[in-house]
Design a protein around this ligand. Structure first.
Ligand code: ZN
Length: 159
């Protein structure tokens, strides 16, 4: 079970207000969304993919001699995980920690959000974020994807 807490969001283009959940008690679990509204899924920290990606990243960071802060490493992990997860049923990519899309106009741009007080908390069985495509990749393709993410992320960091 996952404990969710409702936040109120406002979309940027039209100011639509809507509610969407965040993880209230994470225990290291991560919330995953796609472009589709109400696409929440959860990545559980005990999923073996977490360890697999963490050790691949550690290896690549060391071999490239990168100096990354803990925050940057966490960011890199989330981007890499997003790339390793299957796309949503509508074909849009899965993203760890993505804000919700507006359920009224579908906009991905959110300009404001805040927790609802007093808190509205619920226990829900969220679907798990799957990674069947990744699991079928050969090691060489996995490394290719990891290096692709790294090139993208470190490239952005130099701006
Ligand atoms: Zn909207």
């Amino acid at each position: 079970m996952t404990t969710l807490r409702l936040f109120e969001y406002r979309c940027s283009p039209h100011g639509h207000r809507f509610e969407a959940p965040v993880l209230a008690r994470t225990y290291g679990d991560l919330l995953v969304r796609s472009a589709r509204p109400k696409s929440e899924r959860v990545f559980r920290m005990d999923d073996p993919l977490g360890d697999e990606l963490a050790s691949m990243l550690a290896e690549v960071i060391q071999s490239e001699g990168l100096r990354l802060s803990e925050r940057e490493q966490g960011q890199l992990f989330r981007v890499t995980l997003s790339v390793a997860l299957d796309p949503d049923s509508d074909g849009s990519s899965s993203q760890v920690g993505k804000p919700p899309s507006c359920p009224i106009c579908g906009s991905l741009d959110i300009e404001d959000w805040a927790s609802i007080e007093p808190p509205i908390v619920s226990e829900t069985e969220l679907p798990l974020a799957s990674h069947r495509d990744w699991d079928e990749l050969e090691a060489r393709s996995k490394w290719g994807r990891i290096r692709g993410v790294l090139a993208h992320v470190t490239g952005d960091g130099e701006k």
